[in-house]
Design a protein around this ligand. Structure first.
Ligand code: WTA
Length: 653
């Protein structure tokens, strides 16, 4: 039996960037990409030393890269730097009055629109940094941040960075037990939160949830509470203080600490499919350089752009591409607090038109929802300000890509399908918008410094056309440094499999096509094994989504007497399509015709929604249990909506 993945994709559409786009782009020719990429992997120290000049250092490094003790990398040793200084202070002279954050709250009233210039943001960050200091937070202390998507969230994180405290942001949708785990693991002293946050017109009672959690977190001595929604909350005297009260009259003088390049910048927890969440640790210099450089080149960022990444700051995408990357480049960042369909399903497009957003970066799960809501919603608004579109978080099915290109991009905007992970810190495989001819569904080529490859289970590079493990063969500046407090698990999860070669295991399957393009095939753990053929979830799902009636699909294996694993497909239909047995047969035939009999689903389940993580990734593990008719075990804390699972099971009865 083959251990590799049998890739069956056959996507032939190619979209080169327009001449007009390329003419103005920062990077323009495939030769330029090839030269820079070769330089970056063959002489990483020289390459990165030159790129690091794009940041402001208090003291330059003694050594660019230290890989003496793998898998523990060090970058820019001896260098001294501060991330908040790079995101704020260095822009003040030239663009102090430029809008850094344009914020829009969910309710959309006049008070829900705020513009903070770089000067404003700098002042607020300094004040809040002094508040943290006054509450006993010093260099190396960890601060938990559990907030809605408001400017104060960015202010709190930059304030930590300014004084060398380590932020640990916990997404505002997590429950009290998830907070307890994360606060305890990081030994956070201070929690920064809000009374509540808006989500689809409802208040999420954040402070109330924090109160529950703090019953079980002895390390926390202080809780700072921003007033956002105005509902009544309990304040514990001595422990809790309102943001406004804490900041009133506080000095806005706060020098940025001159930190070691390897000083921890943040911890961000990601859930593995089993076991407790992993505290991904990022440090200052290398991380910031990765975020800054990728934002500049991947989005072709220009001074006049209005840049909107729709991710919550509670995910790594928000860390790198709402805060550190764009601010390190002095960009104008749009930040929107709420849901994409509140008050109406055209909310995002209304915002794009109002603020003339030019760069828009979102997730496939959102794109599939837009498709479901219909073309009429974006058509209500003028989207002509858009010039670059991005996608991140999951493989984007070619048909969803085509819709994004046509309906949102007006067939004029390059789409950057960016592959990366919390662990990589910044975008790792991606088109460059002025250069790369894109293919719908492919993340295309590695970014500078990323020595990516597709290998078999022995670590040998596979020829084009054969699917296998995605690895990165040498360290890069923005890579995670370890798992907080657990070096052993860090080795086990990412480095053990290809220990001999010293390769980083991404955990995803991938294949390169005849032109060398990378296609991400989904998580290795989700690969199906049908009659000895290993099939990627992405390819079968993309075939289903290619049918007009289907907007979203998830495919999993289930125990099958003859085939080993059969193919079970969970399918969400678009408006107007009717759930009939005839349609099931049609879809089975459609998959057989597009990719072959081996991939034809044995089971098709119609469902109105799929179980997803809170960041929008499909949880195939739970669907596997449904298809196999067994109870689900393991961590469910990341599941967005528990009811979906119950509903799916009901539909089986
Ligand atoms: C998946 C999000 C295909 C992948 C930045 C990866 C993608 C995991 C893409 C990391 C993409 C992310 N195409 N798959 N463009 N982007 N993924 O840590 O499985 O939340 O390993 O980081 O998301 O998810 P994380």
């Amino acid at each position: 039996m083959s251990k590799n993945i049998d890739s069956v994709l056959n996507e032939n559409r190619v979209f080169p960037p327009s001449e007009a786009f390329t003419a103005r782009a920062a990077l323009r020719t495939p030769e330029e990409y090839a030269r820079l990429h070769r330089w970056s992997v063959e002489q990483p120290e020289a390459f990165w030393a030159e790129q690091a000049e794009g940041l402001d250092w208090f003291r330059k490094w003694d050594r660019v890269r230290n890989w003496d003790n793998p898998p523990f990398a060090k970058w820019f040793e001896g260098g001294r730097i501060n991330a908040a200084f790079n995101c704020l202070d260095r822009h003040l002279a030239e663009r102090g009055d430029k809008v850094a954050i344009q914020w829009e709250g969910e309710p959309g009233t006049a008070e829900d629109r705020r513009a903070l210039t770089y000067r404003d943001l700098h002042r607020e960050v300094c004040v809040f940094a002094n508040v943290l200091k006054a509450r006993g937070v010093g260099k190396g202390d960890t601060v938990a941040i559990y907030m809605p998507l408001v400017p104060e969230l960015a202010i709190a994180m930059l304030a930590c960075a300014r004084i060398g405290a380590v932020h640990s942001i916990i997404f505002g949708g997590f429950s009290a037990p998830a907070l307890v785990d994360r606060i305890t693991d990081a030994s956070s002293k201070v929690v920064v939160t809000a009374d509540g946050g808006w989500r689809r017109g409802q208040v999420v009672p954040l402070k109330h949830i924090v109160d529950d959690a703090l019953k079980n977190t002895p390390t926390v001595t202080s809780c700072i509470v921003l007033k956002r929604t105005g509902q009544a909350v309990e304040m514990v005297p001595g422990r809790d203080v309102w943001w406004d009260a804490a900041t009133a009259g506080v000095s806005s003088e706060c020098p940025a600490e001159e930190l070691d390049a390897e000083h921890p910048l943040f911890i961000l927890y990601t859930s593995g499919s089993t076991g407790k969440p992993k505290g991904i640790l990022h440090t200052t210099g290398g991380y910031l350089l990765g975020a800054q450089l990728t934002t500049r080149y991947v989005f072709d960022l220009r001074h006049e752009d209005v840049y909107w990444c729709t991710a919550d700051i509670g995910w790594v995408t928000g860390h790198s591409y709402v805060v550190y990357g764009p601010l390190a480049n002095g960009a104008t960042v749009l930040m929107y607090e709420g849901a994409p369909n509140y008050p109406g399903p055209d909310r995002f497009w209304e915002i794009v038109a109002r603020y003339k957003v030019s760069i828009f970066y979102t997730a496939p799960t959102a794109i599939r929802a837009f498709i479901k809501w219909g073309d009429a919603e974006p058509a209500k608004h003028d989207l002509s300000s858009l010039r670059v579109l991005g996608s991140v978080g999951e493989p984007i099915n070619p048909e969803a890509w085509m819709w994004y290109h046509r309906v949102i991009g007006g067939e004029r905007c390059p789409i950057v399908d960016t592959w990366w992970q919390t662990e990589t810190g910044s975008i790792a495989i991606t088109p460059l918008p002025g250069i790369t001819p894109t293919k719908p569904g492919s993340a295309t080529f590695p970014f500078f410094g990323i020595d990516a490859a597709v290998v078999d289970d022995k670590g040998n590079e596979l020829p084009n056309g054969q699917g296998g493990f995605l690895v990165i063969r040498q360290p890069w500046p923005s890579m995670l440094r370890t798992l907080w407090g657990d070096d052993e698990r860090f080795r086990d999860v990412y480095w053990k499999r290809f220990a001999e070669q010293g390769y980083y295991l991404a955990g995803d399957g991938a294949v390169r096509d005849q032109d060398g393009y990378f296609w991400i095939l989904g998580r290795i753990d989700d690969v199906l094994n049908v009659s000895g053929h290993r099939l990627s979830t992405m390819e079968v799902e993309s075939a289903l989504v290619g049918h007009d009636a289907v907007v979203e699909a998830a495919v999993v294996g289930f125990n099958h007497e003859i085939k080993g694993e059969g193919v079970a497909a969970f399918v969400t239909l678009g408006v107007g399509a009717v759930k009939t047995d005839a349609l099931k047969d049609l879809l089975k035939r459609h998959v057989r015709d597009t990719i072959g009999a081996i991939a034809a689903p044995d089971q098709i389940h119609f469902t109105d929604s799929l179980p997803k993580t809170r960041s929008g990734k499909i949880m195939r593990r739970l669907l596997r249990d449904v298809a196999n008719g067994v109870e689900s075990k393991g961590d469910m804390s990341t599941l967005e909506d528990l009811n979906i699972l119950a509903k799916l099971r009901e539909e089986e009865d």
